[in-house]
Write a protein that binds this ligand. Structure first.
Ligand SMILES: Cc1cc2nc3c(=O)[nH]c(=O)nc-3n(C[C@H](O)[C@H](O)[C@H](O)COP(=O)(O)OP(=O)(O)OC[C@H]3O[C@@H](n4cnc5c(N)ncnc54)[C@H](O)[C@@H]3O)c2cc1C
Length: 495
C-alpha cells in the first residue's frame, strides 16, 4: 500500500503562486499541504530568482507605504521617472506587448487585483525597496528580491500550520467516478505517495525546463536553449491536467526568452542567489546596437522601453548565426552609468581602443562592423537623448534597413565595448484555461473540473509573444490568492 495523507487543500509547487495560494487557503481555516519537487535547499522555484512585481499605483505615496523607512531621495527619483502607473496603463501595456491577444477577463482580474494583492502581501510582512538602477524594469523591487520573498512566504505558511513536503514530485491527479478531483500522487524518495484532498491547486510552473516539450511546442532548436530558471519546471502539472481533460489555453508556441550572458550556465538554482547572486541578464541593449556574427544589426534595439521588449528579445538573438549576438557601446555608455549592472555582475565582454580591434576580439568581419557602425552613426537624427528606463526619448535613426526608434547613442568614442549574449528561456506562456474569477480549471467539455485550480506560469491566456516585466510574479500572486480562497471554500462546502 502507498502512504496516504489527507488534507483539505493540496498545493502542487512551492513558488510564489503556490505559496500565495497556500496562505490564502490557510487564512480561511483549511488544512493545507504544499508538495515541492525540489529538495529543501533548492526550494523557491523561479520565484526565488526574481526581482520585482509590476502593479498600478496612483502616486508615489502608494509605493512609500510598501517600503520600510523610505528614503526621500529615492522616492524623488521615482517621482521624476514614473510618478503614476494607472490601472489603465497596466492594461494598455499588456494589450500592447501581447498584440491584443491577452484574455480580457483574465486581464481584468489581474489589473483590478494587483494593488490590493500587494497590500495583502504587505500585511503578511513583505516589503519593497526603490529600484533606481539605470536599466530598471520597475520602480520598486521586493526587499531581498525573490529569494527573501520566498523565504518569508515559506515562514508564513509554516507558521499558519501548512505542511511542506519536499522532494514530492506530483505525477498524477486522482479523479473520482463523478469527475471530482480527489487528490494527487507524487513520487518521493520513499516511492509513490498519495495525497488525498478536497481541492488541488496546481502551481508547478510551465515546461521551460523540459527540452522535449520545448521542441514540441516552441519549435525545432528550442530543445537546446539555456534555461534562466530552475530545472524543476518540466510541465508535469500541465501534462497531468491535460490527462484528465483540462483545457489547454494561451500561447504554446511563444515564451519569455531574453538576452543573457553568452557564458551563463544551463540553468539556475535558488541556492546560487540568496544575496542577489550573479545575475546574467544583459538588459542595457536599448542603449546599444546589437550585431550578429556577420557584423550586422538585426533588430530595433530601442523599439520600446526595455521592460516591454526584453521578453521577446531572446527570440531575435536566437535567430542569429550560432544563436549569439554582441551589444556594442562606446565610452558614453559608461558616462551615463548604463553598464553598472554589467560590471556588478561580471558580464562577459571585451574592450578595445578601435572598432577594428573590437571586431577581431569578437570574431566579426572588421570591414562589415565598421560599415554598420558608420551607417548607424550617420542615420541618427537630431533630438535629446534621455536614457530613462520608463519613457521613450524618440532619439531615432532614419533611412536604415532596420531603424532604431529610441535611445540612439552614437558609437564613435573609444574605448569601445562589446558584450556577448545568447538567448535563454525564462518561462513558457501556454497553460490551462481557468475561470477568471475563481482560477478553477476548465474541462475541454466546457465545464469546470470540480476541485481543480491553477495559478502562476501554469495559467494560460495572459501572455502571448511578449510581456511587460514583473507581470509573472504579480499574476502569480493575484491568481494564487484567488485559487487558494476558492479552493478552501470548495473544500469546506458540504459534499
Ligand atoms: C531568472 C528569472 C528572473 C525572473 N524575474 C522576474 C521578475 O523580476 N518579475 C517577475 O514578475 N517575473 C520574473 N520571472 C518570472 C517568474 O519567475 C515567474 O513568472 C513566476 O515565478 C512564476 O511563479 P510560479 O509559482 O508559477 O513558478 P515557480 O516559482 O517556478 O514555482 C513552481 C514550483 O513548482 C515546483 N514543481 C515543478 N514541478 C513539480 C511537481 N511535479 N511536483 C511538485 N512541485 C513541482 C518547482 O520546483 C517550483 O518550486 C523571472 C524568472 C526567472 C527564471
Amino acid at each position: 500500500m502507498e502512504d496516504e495523507y489527507y488534507y483539505d487543500v493540496v498545493v502542487v509547487g512551492g513558488g510564489n503562486a503556490g505559496l500565495c495560494a497556500a496562505q490564502a487557503a490557510l487564512d480561511l481555516g483549511a488544512s493545507v499541504a504544499v508538495l515541492e519537487k525540489a529538495p529543501r535547499d533548492e526550494r523557491g522555484g523561479n520565484s526565488a530568482l526574481t526581482g520585482h512585481m509590476r502593479f498600478p499605483y496612483e502616486n508615489v505615496d502608494e509605493l512609500a507605504v510598501l517600503i520600510d523607512d523610505p528614503n526621500p531621495d529615492d522616492l524623488a527619483v521615482i517621482h521624476d521617472r514614473l510618478p503614476r502607473r494607472g490601472k489603465e496603463d497596466l492594461w494598455d501595456e499588456v494589450i500592447r506587448t501581447t498584440a491584443g491577444k491577452a484574455d480580457k477577463d483574465l486581464l481584468t482580474t489581474h489589473v483590478e487585483n494587483a494593488y490590493p494583492t500587494i497590500k495583502w502581501l504587505r500585511g503578511k510582512g513583505h516589503a519593497w525597496v526603490p529600484n533606481i538602477a539605470a536599466t530598471a524594469g520597475n520602480t520598486t523591487q521586493m526587499a531581498g528580491r525573490g529569494y527573501r520573498l520566498q523565504e518569508r512566504h515559506f515562514g508564513n505558511v509554516e507558521k499558519s500550520g501548512g505542511q511542506i513536503h519536499y522532494e514530492a514530485s506530483m505525477t498524477d491527479i486522482i479523479v473520482n467516478r463523478r469527475g471530482e478531483v480527489d487528490g494527487v500522487r507524487a513520487f518521493t524518495p520513499e516511492g509513490f505517495t498519495t495525497f488525498r484532498a478536497k481541492a488541488v491547486i496546481l502551481a508547478c510552473g510551465g515546461f521551460e525546463a523540459n527540452p522535449e516539450m520545448r521542441a514540441k511546442y516552441l519549435g525545432a532548436g528550442w530543445d537546446t536553449v539555456k534555461n534562466r530558471g530552475v530545472p524543476y519546471n518540466t510541465g508535469d502539472g500541465i501534462n497531468a491536467a491535460l490527462a484528465i481533460g483540462a483545457m489547454p489555453y494561451g500561447s504554446f508556441t511563444s515564451c519569455h526568452a531574453s538576452p543573457q550572458d553568452i557564458d551563463r550556465p544551463a540553468y539556475t538554482l535558488p541556492s546560487s542567489v540568496p544575496n542577489g547572486g550573479m545575475r546574467t541578464s544583459r538588459y542595457a541593449y536599448p542603449y546599444s546596437i546589437m550585431v550578429n556574427l556577420e557584423g550586422e544589426r538585426f533588430v530595433d534595439e530601442g523599439s520600446d522601453v526595455r521592460g516591454r521588449t526584453y521578453a521577446k528579445m531572446g527570440w531575435s538573438v536566437r535567430a542569429q548565426t550560432g544563436g549569439v549576438a554582441y551589444q556594442l557601446f562606446d565610452s558614453k555608455a559608461r558616462g551615463l552609468g548604463l553598464l553598472e549592472d554589467y560590471d556588478r555582475n561580471n558580464a562577459t565582454g571585451v574592450t578595445a581602443a578601435t572598432l577594428d580591434e573590437l571586431a577581431t576580439k569578437i570574431g566579426v568581419p572588421a570591414e562589415k562592423l565598421r560599415a554598420t557602425v558608420t551607417q548607424y552613426n550617420a542615420a541618427i537624427q537630431p533630438g535629446k537623448l534621455d536614457p530613462s528606463p520608463f519613457t521613450l526619448d524618440g532619439k531615432h535613426t532614419s533611412g536604415l534597413a532596420i531603424d532604431k526608434s529610441n535611445y540612439s547613442i552614437s558609437i564613435e568614442e573609444g574605448p569601445f565595448e562589446a558584450y556577448g549574449v545568447c538567448c535563454a528561456i525564462t518561462f513558457t506562456f501556454g497553460g490551462l484555461r481557468v475561470d477568471a474569477k475563481t482560477a478553477q480549471v476548465q474541462h475541454t467539455a466546457g465545464r469546470p473540473i470540480p476541485g481543480l485550480y491553477t495559478a502562476g506560469e501554469m495559467l494560460g491566456g495572459l501572455w502571448h509573444g511578449n510581456y511587460p516585466s514583473g507581470s509573472g510574479m504579480m499574476a502569480g500572486a493575484v491568481f494564487g490568492r484567488i485559487a487558494g480562497e476558492h479552493a478552501a471554500r470548495s473544500a469546506a462546502a458540504p459534499a
